[in-house]
Design a protein around this ligand. Structure first.
Ligand code: HEC
Ligand code: HEC
Length: 279
């Protein structure tokens, strides 16, 4: 279900790409400081342009690379996922389990410009990055970023170990899901295209559970962009569910809809609840 405004915007931009102007319209190559960038001659122009944006003005690694104890980015795990206080910036390599394995360069470009690729919807700091700057990338630059990211070698993070839940718990949690989540996320975890993230085949949610817990305890809001004008919201469940209930429903989601990810512990929810003061 694509929102009518998104459709209208697509029709507009198809006819007149130059219409995409905003306060940060200069978010293209001209404004990056290109001192020190050495193009790799054996790679395509798009790849070089993508690398230049990712490593330069895009600051992607600032969030998406892990840091060592001294706060420096770990070069050997470049773009393989980083903790940024109470959010987690997922693995951007083509890892088939937790990264962008199933995504094409165009999927990534669409996500950067609209905040969604039809499966995931950007939340938290990524929603801000999209809303305030990435939506103003030119189509060509956004696609160049996708070209560069899809050409990275996949991280070797293994497939997660699926949580084990008794059948009776699964049946009970299916009811909890239907009552509390299905109106937006869909009975089959299909989400609402471009507005509410799907739970099936949404790999960004299957690794570190930080963002899932954060969304449950504080709610979040999707980015407001020219392409997606209805910034849909995720309500907080902090007042309604205790730590065990939040952990259980997230574990259910991570084990259903074709997913097989690790369980979320009530302790992890409790720590986040304290950190966010979410009561
Ligand atoms: C009123 C609609 C609505 C309901 C009800 C709802 N959600 Fe959401 N949810 C959303 C929207 C919209 C987003 C995307 C928000 C964003 O991108 O910031 C979202 C995002 C999420 C995310 C992903 C956050 C991320 O990192 O991208 C998780 C996990 C989640 N919801 C879990 C649940 C669970 C579990 C339930 C039921 C207990 C639930 N939601 C109920 C609308 C809803
Ligand atoms: C301020 C921190 C921050 C910056 C800077 C940032 N990201 Fe993100 N990114 C995140 C977070 C947090 C998420 C998870 C969003 C969610 O859960 O909905 C994310 C999600 C993503 C996703 C979706 C991953 C998935 O598996 O669904 C892509 C693609 C992405 N970022 C690409 C980029 C690129 C490319 C750049 C640089 C141009 C960038 N990000 C810059 C924090 C950041």
């Amino acid at each position: 279900m694509r929102s009518p405004s998104a459709k209208r915007w697509k029709a507009l931009t198809a006819r007149a790409p130059a219409i995409v102007l905003g306060p940060m319209a200069g978010w293209d190559m001209r404004f990056f400081d290109n001192a020190g960038f050495e193009p790799v001659a054996s790679e395509s122009d798009a790849w070089n342009r993508g690398k230049y944006i990712v490593d330069g003005g895009g600051h992607c690694a600032a969030c998406h690379s892990p840091r060592n104890a001294l706060g420096a980015e770990v070069a050997s795990a470049y773009l393989q996922g980083g903790n940024i206080s109470d959010w987690y910036a997922p693995d951007l390599t083509p890892n088939p389990h937790v990264g962008l394995g199933g995504s094409s360069a165009q999927d990534i470009a669409t996500y950067l410009k609209t905040g969604t690729d039809g499966v995931a919807v950007a939340a938290g700091p990524m929603a801000e990055a999209v809303e305030h700057s990435l939506q103003y990338l030119t189509d060509e630059d956004a696609l160049a970023v996708g070209t560069y990211l899809t050409a990275l070698s996949a991280s070797d993070t293994p497939a997660p170990k699926a949580a084990s839940l008794a059948e009776t718990d699964m049946a009970r949690l299916a009811d909890v899901y239907e009552v509390n989540c299905s109106a937006c996320h869909g009975l089959d975890g299909e989400g609402i295209e471009d507005m509410v993230p799907a739970f099936s085949a949404n790999h960004g949610l299957l690794g570190d559970p930080t963002n899932m817990i954060h969304a449950m305890l504080k709610g979040t809001r999707a980015p407001h962009t020219h392409a997606a004008q209805t910034a849909a919201g995720m309500p907080s469940f902090a007042w309604k569910m205790d730590d065990t209930q939040v952990a259980e429903i997230l574990t259910y989601v991570r084990k259903s809809f074709g997913n097989g990810a690790e369980a979320v512990s009530p302790e992890a929810v409790g720590e986040m609840r304290d950190a966010l003061d979410a009561r």
